[in-house]
Design a protein around this ligand. Structure first.
Ligand SMILES: *Cc1c(COP(=O)(O)O)cnc(C)c1O
Length: 666
């Protein structure tokens, strides 16, 4: 952290090390011999893209920064790597099931992202997961491979069930996961009414706690899933109705960004036991779905810190396959196909945001450059600052702080001039800088002065909004790698924090990744007058570039402003009613056009009519219904009496990432 670095021993290799690019880059990022950050979209060796060329291209297209940059090929590479890794371990262990990945679209719902993933995974029958009605609409339109899975998670109302059964009518492998016992009779009734065979999954609440920041989606108190007694009850319902064959999938989800491989193994073991017991009760479950949770090493520290993971994709796949196999062997049951709902691990790497730094703020001036006389208090301050030694550091700091306060009181009383005040402050900041230098050579830093490092760091002003681009940094202190895109062959000498252009005091990055523990400043290059300087923030492809509001395609919530009124019989009135988004609004924002979606689904229905699988009249009803849901509100319809078993208020259904609430609370 010291400012006195040796200029001569800097190199590109040093830059790669300092910004820990190999740690978080997963082979996709590096520095070229021009000292520019570059991307290998297929990993190394392979073609590479210079980020500065990308910036030139952006300017050529008359676009301004900040700009989100997506590397579609990284997406493809992630999907292929995931499929190949599971396939490799399945083959090496002579496992008899196959791997069927599904992509949970809530992680990044952009049409271009979903299309790319499906296309890259076509050979492996990669499927999609939907957690809401809004998500199921595009999923039904896009996932048209009859072998690929469509998994429906999340709480479901009747429309959600009907949409899923519409998918069955189209001959798709749509599996409805029962998250809550009351969904089972509802599904069976809807399926019977629509005369279609449902494919059912059970989601279990495991007792194994996940490890990581989003663990609340697992454990006995999780919102979703069936407890052991509920599973027994669900089994009874299926048996009573003779629907044993409909149960096709067993599922659990231990949370996102699981940082510790041990908790993954434990969850798989517990889940596999439940699967085995269900098989022994006579259910021919084909799929074992381990949910999401495959993490990303944002820090590159390979630890269980919440922005890191202590395992690789290879280890993950190997442990999942191995543990399922062991338990199936032990219990003497068939090995199921393996499903994972890995979203973060597929999308995180493919997108970043590029911003330009347009200025910096440094505290204080050289006090000798300032006019004004050395009055008594200034002289005293000079004396205190001059007397600093490592031994009297604390004492000197306290004395100087007291003097600064005294000077401020004098200023308020009108007996100290502005220039004298400036001298006092500049001397004070000079002292702080010297203290930080002394501290940087120490193992243990005195508490009083520990905060000075951030306080005196330069502030680099970057043209972006942290809230907009990296809501999880903003809301959860999740770390994302930040790296200059140029001059990486030069030593960065300014210890800095980065502030954005919003008037928001939280629009500031003062936690940066490091090999071990996060640091509070990042070394950047001295700005040169008239020269541009660019910084990138990376690994933003999962959960970030769709705004918190768009989570699960719920969109904006309806809003009312309530005012108390004594004269009103109910003591209040509504001043303002602001309608929320309907599903079509939200879909359009993500470039899905309702008319296109209807056309695509209609085409599939027409084909089914032609082949005699469904009657024309029924086909028309299905289309009308699809259109009607598109026009409806994004949240669950809880008002209808038929669905009184859904007693959860709609606003609590936004699922694990409560970034929505956190963001909105501002
Ligand atoms: C969010 C979620 C996922 C995706 O998890 P990742 O950790 O991003 O892979 C998968 N399944 C369910 C049920 C989820 O809620």
């Amino acid at each position: 952290m010291s400012e006195q670095k040796n200029h001569n021993d800097w190199s590109i290799a040093k830059a790669v090390e300092y910004y820990n690019i190999d740690g978080w880059g997963a082979g996709y990022f590096g520095v070229n011999n021009k000292g520019h950050l570059c991307v290998w979209p297929y990993g190394q060796p392979g073609p590479s893209i210079d980020m500065l060329d990308v910036i030139d291209e952006i300017h050529d297209k008359k676009l301004s920064l900040p700009c989100v940059v997506r590397f579609q090929d990284i997406l493809r590479s992630r999907v292929q790597t995931l499929n190949q890794t599971f396939a490799k371990h399945i083959s090496e262990m002579d496992y008899t099931g196959k791997y069927f990945g599904v992509y949970p679209i809530k992680v990044n719902q952009m049409r271009e992202v979903v299309e790319e993933i499906l296309d890259a995974g076509r050979d492996s029958h990669f499927g999609l997961e939907a957690g809401s009605k809004g998500e199921l609409l595009p999923v039904l339109a896009y996932n048209d491979d009859p072998e690929a899975l469509t998994i429906c998670n999340g709480y479901k109302d009747e429309d959600f069930m009907r949409l899923a059964m519409l998918g069955r009518k189209l001959g798709r492998r749509v599996i409805v996961v029962i998250e809550k016992l009351s969904e089972l009779p509802l599904l069976l009734r809807v399926a019977e009414e629509m005369q279609v065979e449902p494919l059912i999954g059970f989601r279990a609440k495991l007792s194994t706690p996940g490890a990581g920041k989003w663990v609340s989606s697992s454990g006995d108190f999780a919102k979703f899933g069936l407890t052991a007694p509920e599973i027994i009850e669900a089994v009874k319902i299926l048996k009573d109705r003779g629907k044993e064959d409909a149960l096709k999938l067993f599922h659990f989800h231990a949370g996102s960004q699981l940082t510790d491989i041990r908790s993954i193994k434990e969850a798989v073991k517990e889940g596999a036991r439940i699967y085995a017991k269900l098989r022994k009760m006579g259910f021919n479950i084909e799929f074992f779905d381990v949910g999401g949770g495959l993490g990303v090493d944002y820090e590159g520290s390979n630890t269980t810190s919440h922005s890191s993971v202590n395992y690789t994709l290879d280890e993950y796949a190997s442990d999942v396959v191995h543990n399922i196999q062991q338990i199936c062997k032990d219990e003497g049951v068939a090995e199921p196909h393996i499903v994972s709902e890995s979203g973060r691990a597929i999308t995180a790497h493919h997108s970043c945001v590029i911003m330009s730094v347009f200025g910096s703020i440094q505290l204080g001036e050289d006090e000798n450059q300032l006019n004004g006389t050395d009055t008594e208090v200034v002289l005293k301050m000079r004396e205190v600052v001059a007397g600093l030694t490592p031994k009297n550091l604390q004492e000197t700091f306290h004395d100087a702080t007291a003097l600064k306060e005294e000077a401020l009181s004098m200023f308020k009383l009108g007996i100290l001039g502005l220039e004298e005040r400036a001298k006092i402050e500049s001397l004070y900041w000079k002292l702080c800088r010297q203290i930080v230098q002394i501290n940087s050579r120490r193992k243990r830093v005195p508490k009083d002065t520990a905060h000075l490092e951030v306080l005196i760091a330069d502030q680099y002003l970057a043209n972006f909004s942290l809230f907009q681009s990296a809501p999880d940094h903003w809301a959860f202190e999740q770390l994302f790698p930040v790296v200059p895109l140029e001059r990486l062959d030069e030593q960065p000498l300014r210890e800095s924090t980065i502030v954005d252009i919003t008037c928001d005091s939280d629009g500031k990055i003062d936690q940066f990744i490091d090999q071990v523990t996060p640091r509070s400043t990042l070394a950047l290059h001295e700005l040169r007058p008239g020269e541009s300087y660019h910084v990138g923030m990376f690994l933003l492809g999962a959960y970030q570039d769709i705004m918190g509001d768009m989570h699960n395609l719920f969109g904006r919530v309806n809003e009312v402003h309530v005012f108390c009124d004594d004269e009103d019989p109910e003591d209040f009135y509504l001043e303002e009613v602001i309608p929320g988004d309907n599903i079509a609004d939200v879909l359009c924002r993500l470039q899905y056009f309702p008319s296109e979606l209807v056309k695509t689904v209609k085409k599939s229905v027409d084909e089914r009519i032609k082949s005699g699988a469904i009657k024309p009249k029924e086909g028309m009803t299905l289309i009308e219904f699809y259109e009607q849901v598109i026009k409806s509100y994004t949240y669950l319809e809880t008002g209808r009496p038929r669905q009184t078993n859904l007693e959860i208020p709609a606003e609590s259904l936004s699922n694990g990432l409560s970034s929505v609430e956190l963001l909105r609370a501002r």
